[in-house]
Design a protein around this ligand. Sequence first.
Ligand SMILES: Cc1cc2nc3c(=O)[nH]c(=O)nc-3n(C[C@H](O)[C@H](O)[C@H](O)COP(=O)(O)OP(=O)(O)OC[C@H]3O[C@@H](n4cnc5c(N)ncnc54)[C@H](O)[C@@H]3O)c2cc1C
Length: 366
Amino acid sequence: MMTQWETMPSLTRPRAAVVGGGICGLAAAVALTRRGWDVVVFEETPSVVVGAGITIWSNGIAVLTVLGVADGVRALANDMPRVRILQSSGRELMRQCSAPGEMLALHRRDLNAALVDGLDDGVVRPATRATVVDVRRGIVAADGREESFNLVVAADGVHSQTRLQWWPEAGGERDCGIRAWRAVVDGATDEAINVWGSSGECGILPLPGDTTYVFGASRGRAREKGLAHFDGWIEPVPAMLAAIGEPIVHDLTELAPVRSPVKGRTVLVGDAAHAMRPHLGQGAGLSLEDAVVLAQHCTSSGEFDGVGFTAARRRRWATVAWMARRATPMMMPANRFAGLPQTFASILPDRMMLSLTDRIASWRPN
Ligand SMILES: Cc1cc2nc3c(=O)[nH]c(=O)nc-3n(C[C@H](O)[C@H](O)[C@H](O)COP(=O)(O)OP(=O)(O)OC[C@H]3O[C@@H](n4cnc5c(N)ncnc54)[C@H](O)[C@@H]3O)c2cc1C
């Protein structure tokens, strides 16, 4: 039975600065607060309550439970006990089934808002860009002044300036050759589907409030065709695409998982440490895991066991990132003829095909 952490009382609390108020930064702030730390979250954009949709697997839900925000998230999410995986022709490849409550889909802004609810007022400082000026001593510059912290949590995402400046040996962003787009559209859908086709993938997931999360990706020359690439795919793909107003569009980049995420008093977490391709829907899940494991390696008197944190996370990051990279040719083969692995997948039992993703999602916090 999962227990949730209680906020620990402390007379002189250690202080942490979190650079970046995305899912990882907010979750780390909640986790550290519950460990008895005083936390400030610097977010350069005007609001942390943003984004399209997101799916959270059972490993992420387990973290939300420990952080005490799972009920709030569940109240705003749709349970997804079954996702049908189809080819663009409509042929069913497999069914991804999970126990009730083990897979959620929701508005990303609602997830972020639930995490913010776990923090005191004033912890998050929106519209405040922060720069790590000294990793060893944990000094951060923001709002025109410099401050020293017991721990600096660099959760500044795939474009992390902290990583670029202080972890040059870890390597920078690599182009995935994939353009992704996401939108939440008005109107309900009956079922969750993920459609795999030549050079593209499209997901349609029912969200609460008669809205639907539509996401997709295309690679190679298909990128230039935009949403027109999906003309002729099985309905409701074209109908849903027609309903999209302004999608959020990104040319995807990834970051090799960093081998040594800790330098002095600074630690890289979330996408800044291991931004991966979104095929497995596990980037946020891993970021949530990072948050709770980070706090487990912090004592209420202000010590951080960086060696222990690194040992606990390094292999996990490498494994999931490797699998996410391998998923591209399976989910969006470069052409029709490269789609043989999909045909093979359709004749194998669903459980066999999905055992790897199940294994990723089976992670639980200690
Ligand atoms: C198309 C797509 C679909 C995805 N779908 C899923 C999914 O369904 N499920 C899932 O688990 N994952 C999914 N992911 C992955 C997931 O979105 C990321 O892994 C996750 O958001 C990472 O969170 P983060 O907090 O590390 O980074 P981010 O969410 O990028 O947050 C970083 C934050 O830091 C801020 N920032 C940056 N620099 C500074 C600075 N100097 N000072 C202050 N603030 C700063 C940024 O403004 C940003 O708010 C998807 C990704 C993509 C691209």
